[in-house]
Each structure stands twice: as C-alpha cells, then as structure tokens.
Design a protein around this ligand. Structure first.
Ligand SMILES: NC(=O)c1ccc[n+]([C@@H]2O[C@H](COP(=O)([O-])OP(=O)(O)OC[C@H]3O[C@@H](n4cnc5c(N)ncnc54)[C@H](O)[C@@H]3O)[C@@H](O)[C@H]2O)c1
Length: 378
C-alpha cells in the first residue's frame, strides 16, 4: 500500500512538539503530511503549509472545517496529529473521530475523565485507532524493561520510585517562553500544570513497564515559584493493586535538571534502573548483586524491543526515534486495518485507554490534594 496521508492541528511557527512529530513520522517514510490547521491564525497556517508543500485547498482556518472536509474527501487524511495546548485536545480529537479519522494526540489526553471516557467510547464504536504520544515509551530500552518484567525476570514487583524533574520553569517572568506561559495558565492547562505535563509521563512509564494498576494515591501538590497558580512541584504516594507501592516526584523548578525522567523498579529477584536522558542503556541488577548495563544494539536486548532499533550499537538513537517507533506501530496498524490483517495484539503504542488512565490519575491526585492530602481511590 502507498504512503498514508496525515494532517496536523497545531505545530505552527515557533511551536515545539509539532516539528518533533513531523521528523519522527518522516523517519520511516510511511506517511506524508497532506493537510493542516497549524495555528489559530490562518495566515500562519498558510505560511507553514506553503513551506511544507501542502496544497492550498487542504490548509484550513480551523479544526472543525478541516475535520469535516478531510472526512468527506475521497483522498482524505488517514490520521490527524493533535499538537495544540491541552485545552483543545478533547474537542479536536472528538471532531476527527466523528469524521471517521484515526487520531494521534499528545498528552495529557484531555481535562476530565468524562471527556476521556467519551473519546474511548467514540474510538471504540467507530473502530478507529488512537495513539497518545507518551514519547519515552518508544525507546528500545523502555520496551526491553517491559518485556523482561512481563517474562518474570524481576519476579513480583515490590516498589517503584519514579521522578521527572525539570528546571526550565524555575524563574519568575518570561523565562520559559510561550510554552511555559500556557502551561502555567489554568485556561490552557486545566486544573494542573506540572502533574499534567510531567506526572502523566511518570504514570504512563511505570504502568507500561510494570503492568501495575494504581489502586489509590496520596498527593501533595504545590505552586512554589512566586506568581504561579498551578502546581509546579508534586509528590505522589501510590498503592497498586496487589500491594506494591510507589513514589512519584515531578517538578519544574529543579535547577540543574533538564528532562530527568528516571524510573527505578524493585522486584523480589532484582532491580531495573532506566533514565530517559541516557536512553541507549538500561541497568538490570540481579538478586546476587550483579550489575548488568545493557546497551541497545546487542543480543541482550529482548527481541520484541530490539526489533525497533534502526542503527547499530554505538550510533546513538534518541527521542525522535522513540516517537518514530510509536508511529511505526500506529501506522502499520492503520494499514493492517485497511487490508484486513489487523489483530489487536499488533498494537504496540499507548492508546486512548492509556491516555484516559493519565487523566484519572490527575483527577485522583487533585482530589487528594484538595482534601488535605488523603488517600483517594482511582
Ligand atoms: N510527548 C511529549 O513528550 C511532549 C513534549 C512537549 C509537549 N507535549 C504536548 O504537546 C502539546 C503542545 O505543546 P507545545 O509545547 O508544542 O506547545 P506550543 O505552544 O509550542 O505549540 C502549540 C501550537 O498549537 C497551535 N494552536 C493552538 N490552538 C490551536 C487551534 N485551536 N488550532 C490550531 N492550532 C492551534 C499554536 O498556534 C502553536 O503553534 C501539549 O499538549 C503538550 O503537553 C508533549
């Protein structure tokens, strides 16, 4: 089958993540950008569309017009990529699902669990695929952690300690640019800032690697930097079904940390340490204390993870490749749906169900914090 066609909402001039999605999709050449509404300002959409060689009649002034038009065109897009601030994820995703178009949406999925359930329901009813781009889970080494926990190398998981500190919003005023500004604005970000931006990654990383389901949470969420109204530091205690426990920390004013998502998983037979800033390796410590540092590109990596590698060992892969790996599975699943060979077990990317878990995690933490840092069931 030929390349798929995709469209993008968001990703206009000066934006951050839209370009990353385009570069990542381009890695495998399986889909081509054919339509877009890249900004709320139509002139900016036209500017970007021309730069990227998109036909003018497929550049749209707003996402509603785009969903309607692309959903009815014979050569309409196969999927849409949503890379706008959090406030608009829900209406945009809903509009494209209702137009019969598969969706890739950045995290957090939406604001409320009702919205999340609605998106889950529509996607299921219409038989559409829905990728939520928890980018880090595309790394070969993250997939390796998932595989070896699933095959039982660590035995029963006892505890997880995971953190995601950043330092870029440690300063008052303009530091952080427009990306920092909307994240700290409740109108654009909803009821949380840091927990939605970073905590959902932590929640998803632990859930993906371990398969553990959160039973309840206890959260202490604070707005520390003067002028902030939304959280910029969160401590969350977690209890999983089955009795394991976890501790999550996310922060945006931790000067010295760039993007330090770190996961440590402690099982009865060993420990895994996985740090996203060093994604080419994973440390596995066995019960007798032997420390194994495994590197992507070698036979020690589980085959279902290793198959995503694009380069030989020592030729560093990174964040674009991780996102590209999510898209590779997503696009291949769309193609398989088209040719009738699709099976649910082919899905190797975070879905709308994973996105919904992230939203439920946020809601439970907010409730815990508002009620005086008490345990709240998920
Ligand atoms: N997966 C990750 O690791 C990761 C990393 C960074 C950001 N994100 C997520 O990506 C999303 C975008 O973040 P960003 O930092 O790129 O933001 P940004 O401010 O850099 O870009 C947002 C873009 O969306 C456009 N936009 C806003 N509303 C629109 C609308 N209604 N229609 C069309 N275009 C619209 C803006 O003009 C801008 O071009 C957020 O949800 C964020 O949480 C995910």
């Amino acid at each position: 089958m030929n390349k798929l066609a995709y469209g993008m909402v968001g990703g206009g001039p000066g934006s951050f993540i839209g370009d990353a999605h385009r570069h990542s999709i381009n890695l495998d050449g399986l889909a081509e950008l054919k339509a877009g509404c890249f900004s709320r300002t139509f002139e900016k959409t036209i500017e970007k569309g021309k730069e990227w060689g998109i036909e003018e009649d497929r550049l749209y002034p707003d996402f509603e017009t785009m969903a309607k038009a692309e959903g009815t065109r014979k050569d309409g897009i196969d999927f849409v990529v949503i890379v706008t601030p959090n406030v608009s994820h829900y209406p945009i995703a809903k509009a494209f699902l209702n137009a019969g178009i598969n969706v890739s949406c950045d995290k957090p999925l939406c604001f409320t669990s009702e919205q999340a359930s609605d998106l889950q329901k529509i996607a299921k009813e219409r038989g559409l695929l829905f990728l939520v781009t928890y980018t880090y889970m595309g790394h070969v080494t993250a997939k390796h952690a998932k595989e070896i926990i699933r095959r039982g190398d660590l035995g029963k998981i006892r505890s997880v300690v995971a953190e995601f500190p950043q330092g870029w919003l440690a300063y008052e005023g303009e530091w952080g640019g427009k990306q920092g500004k909307w994240r700290a604005d409740p109108k654009q970000s909803g009821s949380v800032n840091c927990l939605g931006d970073l905590g959902t990654h932590v929640e998803n990383a632990v859930a993906t690697m371990t398969g553990l389901k959160i039973k309840r949470v206890l959260a202490k969420m604070d707005a520390v930097v003067p002028g902030r109204v939304l959280d910029d530091n969160d401590f969350v205690m977690v209890e999983y079904e089955g009795g394991a426990t976890g501790l999550y920390w996310t922060c945006q004013y931790a000067i010295g940390h760039d993007n330090s998502l770190r996961v440590r998983i402690y099982g009865e037979n060993g420990t895994i340490q996985w740090f996203q800033e060093e994604p080419e390796k994973i440390t596995v410590i066995s019960r007798d204390g032997t420390i194994n540092e495994l590197h992507r590109g070698y036979g020690s990596i589980a085959p279902d993870a290793a198959k995503y590698g694009r380069l030989p060992s020592g030729h560093p892969e990174g964040w674009f490749e991780a996102m590209g790996n999510l898209y590779k599975s997503f696009i291949n699943c769309i193609k398989a749906k088209r040719d009738g060979s699709f099976k649910p077990e082919m899905i190797d990317f975070p879905t709308v169900d994973d996105g919904a878990e992230g939203v439920r995690f946020i809601e439970a933490c907010v409730k815990s914090n508002l009620n005086g840092n008490v345990w709240v069931d998920m």
